[in-house]
Write a protein that binds this ligand. Structure first.
Ligand SMILES: [Zn+2]
Length: 290
């Protein structure tokens, strides 16, 4: 018995020694943070190559999730923030909302899930808004609805075009009926803005769902999307259970929706700035820089 135990121990120690001298793998030599796994193709891609391509995968063109600030930084020459500071309210006394709100602020480093700015693309002045899904999934509560509506008013008063990037889980359920009312409020703001005869470009990014799809995001004069973006109202599973049938391939993806006339075009993030600039020029907006 004793001999057996000794033998067992020696085998274990031999394996341990072998491990010690094993050639380290590439993943062990290169620090993990230099690479990330692409959610689109599953390949390990270098962060620098992803960053160079404006956070898209060099292998499969998957568009990584980016913050609202990163989006403004890559699109605009310069900008100033036009949002008012958010103040927490719990209009229907939803249990645990305040705690969740604080957690989201801490986790995302944001005050709320929207960034509205006035800035320039190649010298053309415009208002740009982007939702940020790292804060409460970019869901539209009273504050976001108010800020979207204000951005349209702001742009209308100054005769400026407006560009809105959506990414959202829909209305914020913690605010119940108050978040649903934002659908009407933002839709009216878009309609009033339309009376000023200025251009509203909406771009839906992954994912845009629920009350945001069903309100201002679908009301653009030109409606764009990023490749592969999930765009819909209810989730695919809910629809499948309701209709009790199979859904077509590519259902609720940007390409599927473009082919059926829901979107005007799909624009790769690397071409977005040029594309928007061309659209603005086509609609008569000119650079105010000499
Ligand atoms: Zn990929």
């Amino acid at each position: 018995m004793e001999q057996k135990a000794k033998k067992g121990r020696s085998i274990i120690s031999i394996i341990k020694n072998l491990r010690r001298f094993r050639k380290p793998s590439i993943r062990a030599v290169v620090p993990e943070r230099l690479f990330e796994k692409c959610d689109g193709c599953g390949e390990l891609v270098s962060k620098s190559s992803v960053e160079k391509r404006l956070f898209t995968c060099p292998e499969c063109d998957y568009h990584f999730n980016i913050s609202a600030k990163a989006r403004m930084d890559m699109l605009l020459d310069e900008y100033t923030v036009i949002n008012r500071l958010p103040r927490f309210t719990n209009p229907i006394d939803f249990p645990g909302y305040k705690v969740k709100y604080r957690e989201n602020r801490k986790k995302s480093g944001l005050k709320e899930g929207i960034l509205g700015v006035e800035g320039y693309i190649e010298g053309i002045r415009l208002v740009a808004v982007s939702l940020d899904n790292s804060f409460f999934m970019g869901s539209m509560g009273s504050y976001i609805g108010e800020e979207v509506a204000r951005a349209f008013e702001y742009a209308g008063k100054r005769d400026l075009p407006i560009l809105v990037f959506s990414t959202s889980g829909g209305a914020r359920m913690q605010e119940g009926i108050f978040s649903l009312m934002q659908m009407a409020k933002t839709s009216i703001a878009v309609d009033r803005y339309g009376e000023t005869r200025n251009l509203y470009i909406s771009c839906m990014t992954h994912p845009t769902t629920g009350g945001v799809t069903a309100s201002f995001a679908s009301l653009g004069d030109v409606i764009l999307a990023e490749p592969g973006a999930l765009i819909g109202f209810a989730g695919a599973r809910v629809i499948k259970e309701t209709i009790k049938g199979e859904l077509p391939k590519g259902f609720q993806r940007a390409e599927f929706l473009r082919d059926r006339g829901f979107l005007d075009d799909i624009v790769h993030r690397e071409h977005m700035r040029d594309y928007i600039h061309r659209l603005l020029k086509l609609h008569g907006y000119r650079s105010c820089r000499i």
